[in-house]
Design a protein around this ligand. Structure first.
Ligand SMILES: Nc1ncnc2c1ncn2[C@@H]1O[C@H](COP(=O)(O)OS(=O)(=O)O)[C@@H](OP(=O)(O)O)[C@H]1O
Ligand SMILES: Nc1ncnc2c1ncn2[C@@H]1O[C@H](COP(=O)(O)OP(=O)(O)O)[C@@H](O)[C@H]1O
Length: 228
């Protein structure tokens, strides 16, 4: 089902080396987890993501923004834009992983931008959803040579596939946060599950709206129960 399956354990020791200075990270609190879990550039999970993201230096971006095998001296950036879509329920850790990935890329001199449900909705366009307009934004970033890390619930397979189809083969990486709903709900960082359970928010993903599990994502991040 998945190209790679990784465990995403909660570990109090992992916070220390996190890069928090990424300009595109809108949630600076990601280094501190109430549950004790964290991510770190030196742990294998983080490294695996970077390996999946890292592009060959020979593939560059021309000044006109189109990807190609151009002469490196004539290129604007030493990385080619691609798009990573980190998906699953609210509270699963999408933003946390997105920020860590962005920080790791930053340290490697790669230009990345996190498109988060929050910054997209409040900053760019409050009407955006994971529909055509969103995908176009991700593609614009990729065209400009920026690695776009989309941290969005993106519940529908059809929409994710449409996004994949916009980019050259291999440039769209689906990361599935395979975290049990009860774990997401227990975290409830904004109290939204509680409101959804009480019927005060309608159509909440995982409660009264569906999520279509990916059939062919590149990476799945699993969850290790505290007492497992
Ligand atoms: N009905 C409903 N269902 C799920 N989530 C909701 C809903 N209404 C608002 N929110 C808040 O919006 C965030 C999800 O936005 P996304 O852009 O990631 O969602 S989607 O891809 O368009 O489905 C999500 O937060 P994050 O998952 O932390 O980004 C919620 O805070
Ligand atoms: N591996 C983890 N272990 C424990 N808590 C985590 C882990 N990853 C994220 N969290 C916490 O869960 C909450 C939701 O994380 P967040 O990244 O905002 O999720 P999402 O973007 O999917 O809504 C935050 O309080 C975050 O600190």
């Amino acid at each position: 089902m998945y190209a790679s399956r990784l465990q995403w354990a909660s570990s109090p020791a992992l916070g220390a080396g996190l890069e928090t200075s990424s300009s595109s990270c809108s949630k600076p609190s990601f280094a501190n987890f109430p549950g004790g879990g964290s991510v770190n550039s030196s742990n294998t999970r983080g490294l695996f993501l970077i390996k999946a993201m890292d592009m060959e230096a020979s593939r560059t971006v021309n000044l006109n923004g189109h990807a190609g095998n151009s002469d490196k001296n004539g290129s604007l950036l030493s990385s080619i834009g691609n798009s990573t879509n980190i998906q699953w329920h609210h509270g699963s850790g999408k933003s946390t992983v997105a920020c860590a990935l962005s920080g790791s890329l930053y340290r490697r001199g790669k230009l990345a931008y996190v498109l988060d449900g929050d910054n997209v909705r409040h900053g760019l366009n409050r009407d955006l959803s994971f529909k055509a307009e969103d995908r176009e934004v991700a593609k614009l970033f990729a065209d400009a040579g920026v690695i776009c890390i989309a941290s969005l619930i993106s519940p529908y397979r059809r929409d994710r596939d449409a996004c994949r189809a916009l980019l050259p083969a291999g440039d769209f990486i689906e990361v599935f946060m395979d975290i049990p709903l009860h774990v997401c709900e227990a975290r409830d960082p904004k109290g939204l599950y509680k409101l959804a359970r009480a019927g005060k928010i309608k159509g909440f993903t995982g409660i009264d709206d569906p999520y279509e599990v990916p059939l062919n994502c590149e990476i799945a991040l699993g969850h290790k129960e505290e007492n497992a």
